[in-house]
Design a protein around this ligand. Structure first.
Ligand code: P1T
Length: 383
């Protein structure tokens, strides 16, 4: 697929070519673990499916094509498996600077698992650029950014983080899950590795778990491909097929998610029972100008604080009819999540308080339904 096409065209055709034997327009699901060899080591390019599988190959080709600036991509069994592969390139004693409000599971992976191997994770507020500059040293091997962040929707300046990373010889990792490849292209802003929880917008239908890494450098790809092969956290061919199918509608889905989210954010901002709304597309967002500069759309995620006590929050959740109370995001259906008790329960309490993730905060993943129905549902639940 040529990179000259518009993204909505690219996603429809990404990774897929008619199958040579039959002309099948969709890539077949190659459910095979191994491949017959003519002589030892003489084969058609495939020897074992943990290393290579034609359906996964098409999936990875599609991932390369949809993330602008990417030359290579790798698919993993989950977003966290993809993150783990990056960490497995580090050595004991290395340092990682992480934005302080990463997804709870990412923080847990760092604090509870990889800290055991003497990797030093420094969680900092990355909206304070000087603090990041002061924290970066030649021992810093990765600067790890999520933007917008989960769930407080902070927007981090990717270009500036790239300059800081370069100044100390570190790699810049950007978790692009919330923006999706449609609305933000970190590799074009100096990131070395983009990560996605494909479970979210790339999959888009709340029916699969998956992860992706995209890079613009062959040597870095080779290093990560070795980890993928040696550690083995690969998706199954069936899931690769499903992701290929999902990617085709990513463009139109994201357009609708973002349109609906803007309507919902404006509705909530003007509602007397709502205290704060966190959505990068609102002029009241502290980094609205930065969001406008580095994103081409504001995506479908927002958070807000409800006025009143925790009982009021529980009552509101019970009354919702369209929004389902569930973890995860990025599917076609609208979801509501309580970060403090659900997705971010593993974040240390003190940090959660500092970030403002309290009992009254709710996070919405805005789906692709008709926005008037979403507003009506929120309105009746708030009444
Ligand atoms: O769940 P998994 O596919 O392993 O992806 C982890 C992950 C990574 N990065 C971000 C920004 C994420 O939001 C997630 C997963 N998040 C949720 C399950 C959630 O509800 O926030």
């Amino acid at each position: 697929m040529s990179s000259d096409h518009k993204i909505k065209t690219t996603v429809v055709h990404a990774g897929t070519e008619p199958e040579p034997r039959t002309g099948a327009i969709m890539t077949p699901i190659f459910l095979t673990s191994t491949y017959v060899q003519e002589a030892p080591g003489v084969h058609k390019g495939y020897d074992y499916s943990r290393a290579d599988n034609p359906t996964r190959e098409a999936h990875e080709k599609a991932l390369t094509q949809i993330e602008r600036g990417a030359t290579h991509a790798l698919a993993f069994a989950s977003g966290l498996a993809a993150e783990q592969a990056i960490l497995q390139t580090l050595n004991s004693g290395d340092r990682v600077i992480v934005c302080d409000d990463v997804y709870g599971g990412t923080g847990r992976l760092f604090r509870r698992l990889f800290a055991k191997y003497n990797i030093d994770f420094q969680f900092v507020d990355m909206s304070d650029i000087n603090l990041v500059k002061k924290t970066a040293t030649p021992n810093t091997k990765l600067i790890w950014v999520e933007s917008p962040t989960n769930p407080t929707m902070k927007v981090i300046d990717i270009g500036v983080m790239s300059q800081i990373a370069k100044s100390v010889g570190a790699r810049l990792v950007v978790d692009n899950t919330f923006a999706s490849p449609i609305f933000q292209s970190p590799l074009l802003m100096g990131a070395d590795i983009v990560i996605h929880s494909s479970t979210k917008y790339i999959g888009g239908h709340s029916d699969m778990i998956g992860g992706a890494l995209m890079v613009a450098d062959k040597a870095l790809f080779t290093e990560l491909k070795f980890v993928q092969f040696a550690a083995g956290a690969v998706p199954s061919p069936f899931e690769s097929f499903m992701f290929l199918r999902s990617i085709k509608t990513l463009g139109i889905r994201m357009e609708q998610h973002a349109k609906n989210a803007m309507v919902v954010a404006e509705f909530l901002e003007n509602h007397p029972k709502v205290k704060n709304v966190f959505y990068p597309g609102l002029k009241s967002h502290p980094q609205y100008e930065l969001a406008k500069k580095q994103m081409s759309g504001f995506s479908g995620m927002l958070s807000f604080d409800l006025k009143g006590d925790y009982d009021a929050v529980l009552k509101f959740l019970k009354k919702l009819k369209i929004f389902a109370l569930a973890e995860s995001l990025g599917g076609v259906e609208s979801l509501v999540n309580h970060p403090e008790k659900m997705t971010h329960a593993s974040v240390p309490e003190e940090l959660r308080k500092k970030l403002g993730i309290g009992p009254n905060m709710l996070r919405l993943s805005i789906g692709i339904e008709d926005s008037s129905d979403l507003i009506a549902d929120l309105m009746q639940a708030l009444s």
